[in-house]
Write a protein that binds this ligand. Structure first.
Ligand SMILES: Cc1cc2nc3c(=O)[nH]c(=O)nc-3n(C[C@H](O)[C@H](O)[C@H](O)COP(=O)(O)O)c2cc1C
Length: 215
């Protein structure tokens, strides 16, 4: 299969960028880790949708499997003086990604501690990556968690996209362990993926600089 993407970005009829580049690696992070979590079927549905695209190389990280210990490094992550192999492994998985989607529930109007820990454990590796969110919950559809997360990810120099997937009363869409989306959810996911690919193209040079410096 051809692993290159023709990245074209236009604005008002002007071509701002037109180049061939490797297909961006999109990593989907499943943020909840509870036994019986809804995050697994919802994250699996989203990953399957993303896997159908030929402009994305998909990876999935399930934080339950990654099982990062809580704040286990003695130094500020910005220094990259990681002492644990598991931290270096996590850092290299993030460094190899061009874009992220974080699948998150809302816990007490916030996001899960597991997501914060995954973000906080490393630092520079996240820089200049676009990030989108799939959220779920009650009437607010997890949006309060997403608003808080946007504040955190920009501190890591990630670039949150406006497009998002927010699923209200998600439990009604889960049947026998599978998420069957309601009307409009698939279209929202496609719009978010389109924007993530577009921003991956736009940020490719900055991202390449990060890889050169840290890789
Ligand atoms: C500790 C906890 C706090 C919760 N707080 C909220 C909340 O603030 N807003 C909301 O919409 N749902 C809340 N819920 C309900 C979750 O939306 C629901 O349990 C969801 O399935 C959690 O995601 P998970 O199954 O992937 O862990 C809470 C659930 C838990 C376990």
């Amino acid at each position: 299969m051809d692993r290159t993407l023709r990245g074209v970005i236009t604005h008002g009829g002007d071509v701002l960028l037109n180049r061939s580049m490797p297909i961006p690696v999109l990593t989907v992070i499943i943020g909840s880790t509870r036994p019986g979590r809804a995050g697994l079927p919802i994250g699996t549905w989203f990953a399957e949708l993303a896997a159908e695209r030929d402009d994305i190389e998909l990876r999935v990280i399930d934080l339950a499997e990654l099982d990062l210990p809580f704040l286990s490094e003695p130094h500020h992550p910005r220094l990259r003086q990681y002492t644990r192999d598991q931290t270096w492994e996590w850092a290299s998985q993030v460094l190899a990604s061009d874009a992220f989607v974080i699948v998150t529930p809302e816990y007490n109007y916030g996001y899960p501690a597991t997501v914060k820990n995954a973000l906080d454990t490393i630092s520079q590796e996240w820089a200049h990556t676009p990030v989108g969110f799939v959220s779920y919950g009650g009437i607010a559809a997890g949006t309060r968690a997403v608003q808080q997360l946007k504040q955190v990810v920009t501190t890591l120099k990630m670039v949150p996209v406006f497009e998002s997937v927010n699923i209200a009363f998600h439990a009604q869409y889960i049947e026998e362990g599978r998420f069957v989306p309601g009307e409009g959810t698939g279209a929202a996911a496609t719009a978010m993926l389109d924007e993530l690919v577009r921003l991956s193209v736009a940020l490719a040079d900055l991202r390449g600089g990060v890889r050169e410096r840290l890789g």
